[in-house]
Design a protein around this ligand. Structure first.
Ligand code: PEP
Ligand code: MG
Length: 581
């Protein structure tokens, strides 16, 4: 009998193959007292496991095939750093000494403590980093308990198989790619887990969060996974198999066609040239930008330079990173967003470290924090200005809510220029200054902002959060987080109109810009510039190049006056009727 299971599709694509079930399950952690005279041996046992775990990861890192997204190496490096960090060595060693407990128990206590810290974080990305702690600790525990669990679950005999696991670590994912695994399904994890990000980067179909998958599926079951719909089918029957094989061929064709779009202009059938830019977080993202030949960077989230470290990056360090990005773009524009730190993205030593309020998203963050902590902000402004001497740079301010903030930033930029002039340091003339429209007040006052800025960019991730009063990282209300809410669409439309009226460019750099489902709607609302994760760019270009804006305006405007979201959806579906968006 055929079986259909559903989870969260996190990496699109169809895979057909035999299931291979990874039964690592939960590791049973023993607890016992270590006699005093053996405490030293127990500590050495832990140290040895840490060294071996690091050696295993280093060996896996060497396996990383060329042309693999940069993320993979950095995720494994992050695990290596965790193993080498005192939180996983010094702390458990102290516990063994003080409590006379066994190494496994010390490690478990430390893991539980760290997981709690991560679970309490507001930022969804940081919250899922608890999975990394688990992956690393499980590897060490496996060694302590002498289990081969993490040695080679994924091996060459599994070529073409579909892995069904509780969870997969980035290291597993590297091995998966190395051994030609066709796809995977995990019981845990969400769309922002490292494993999901890697799967998308590698183009491996993947489904996560399919609870109890391992109790429904058996080893060697013939299964099909649809990584977009999040569906697993077992024993599907010949007709269904045929259907999915056809879908798989179409998918391959689609991917090849997308590759051909690289370097081709994004232009609608009615000859509207559309700018498609990329969002980046670190210079390591540049190869992905090149891979799709994006015309520039529409959002460089510089705060990532500040995260995962205890100290501030100095002006010189920032300058050399920004210069590297600017030079590697070879004349294409780089939109550097000033730090969007604060609230959930804390940095040691910054003003932000003071007690955050009960609503961190409404607190001291982004431009508010920069204006409060000018000792942190000025070096960034100076570094950006210095980098502008090496290629076209645009400065973008996040979270503007009123014009006073804008005037203060302008004043600080003028001060920074004056300082550089005095020191005889070069920077470009006429660096465009833009602002993000992320707060409803900014969208409502977009006319005012547009008069005083050189460009605008709509940050839909926050705009939706603040418009609908939906915490963007709270799973409980995720069902209400709706880009197609008519109120959100009206704010987007108002912003576009304001920019057009002031004759300045307007872009969108929130997630909505990278979802091909929304491309035609946004074109219809008048948007001509989009910035997105590089992996989405060719897909969006495909939709742009098959669209005619003249046919999109009317239905798009109709969405603004729709009473219900379902009405908006119907309209958008009909706009997309001829495409697979
Ligand atoms: C946004 O809010 O849409 C945006 C692009 O900024 P971030 O996701 O970094 O908050
Ligand atoms: Mg934002």
């Amino acid at each position: 009998m055929s079986l259909v299971l559903s989870g969260t599709g996190v990496s699109r694509g169809i895979a057909l193959g035999k299931a291979h079930i990874l039964r690592r399950g939960q590791i049973e952690i023993p607890e016992y007292v270590v006699p005093k005279k053996y405490v030293k041996d127990e500590i050495n046992r832990l140290k040895k496991a840490l060294v071996t775990a690091a050696a295993q990861l280093k060996a896996i890192r060497k396996h990383i095939p060329e042309n693999t997204p940069a993320d993979i190496g950095s995720f494994i490096d992050a695990h290596l750093l965790m193993i080498q960090d005192s939180m996983l060595s010094d702390e458990p060693i102290n516990m063994i000494r003080q409590q006379q407990c066994n190494a496994e128990w010390a490690l478990k206590q430390q893991r539980d403590m760290l997981v709690k810290v991560f679970e309490a974080m507001d930022d969804p990305y940081l919250r899922t980093r608890k999975d990394d702690i688990d992956h690393v600790v499980n590897r060490i525990l496996g060694l302590l308990l002498d289990e081969s669990a993490h040695a080679s679950d994924v091996d060459s005999r599994l070529k073409g198989a579909i892995l069904i696991a509780d969870d997969l670590s980035p290291a597993d994912t590297v091995l998966m790619q190395h051994f030609g695994i066709a796809g995977f399904v995990t019981e845990f994890g969400g769309p922002t887990s490292h494993t999901s990000i890697l799967a998308r980067g590698l183009g491996v179909p993947a489904i996560v969060g399919l609870h109890s998958a391992r109790s429904f599926l058996k080893e060697n079951d013939e299964i099909i996974i649809d990584g977009r719909a999040g569906i697993v089918l077992a024993d599907a029957g010949e007709n269904t198999n045929k259907y999915y094989r056809r879908r798989q061929r179409q998918e391959k064709k689609r991917i090849n066609e997308l590759k051909e779009l690289k370097g081709k202009p994004a232009i609608t059938n009615d000859k509207q040239a559309i700018k498609l830019h990329a969002n980046i977080e670190l210079p390591e993202d540049i190869p992905a930008v090149r891979k799709v030949a994006a015309e520039g960077i529409g959002l460089y989230r510089t705060e990532f330079l500040y995260m995962n470290r205890d100290d501030f990056p100095s002006e010189d360090e920032q300058f050399s990173v920004y210069r590297k990005v600017v030079k590697s773009l070879k004349g294409a524009p780089v939109t550097i967003r000033t730090f969007d730190l604060g609230a959930d993205k804390q940095v040691d030593g910054a003003t932000s470290n003071k007690q955050a309020g009960t609503n961190p998203a409404l607190g001291l963050r982004a431009v508010r924090l920069c204006l409060r902590d000018t000792e942190m902000f000025m070096p960034q402004l100076r570094a950006i200005l210095r980098a502008s001497a090496f290629g076209p740079v645009r400065i973008m301010i996040p979270m503007l809510s009123n014009l006073t903030e804008l005037h203060q930033v302008k004043q600080l930029i003028d001060d920074a220029k004056l300082e550089l002039d005095r020191e005889g340091i070069r920077y470009a003339d006429n660096i465009p200054l833009g602002g993000m429209i992320e707060i409803p007040a900014a969208a409502l006052a977009a006319n005012q902002f547009a008069k005083q800025l050189d460009f605008l960019s709509i940050g839909t991730n926050d705009l939706i959060q603040y418009t609908l009063a939906i915490d963007r990282i709270d799973d409980e209300v995720a069902y209400l987080y709706e880009p197609l809410h008519p109120a959100v669409l009206q704010l987007i439309h108002m912003s576009i109109r304001a920019a057009n009226k002031a004759k300045i460019p307007i872009s969108m750099c929130g997630e909505m810009a990278g979802d091909p489902y929304f491309t035609r709607l946004l074109l219809g609302l008048g948007l001509r510039e989009f910035s997105m994760h590089p992996s989405a760019l060719l897909e969006v270009k495909r939709v742009v190049n098959s669209s005619d804006t003249r046919q999109l305006e009317k239905p798009a405007k109709k969405t603004l006056n729709s009473a219900r979201q379902s009405d908006v959806e119907k309209i958008v579906n009909s706009m997309n009727i001829d495409i697979d968006a």
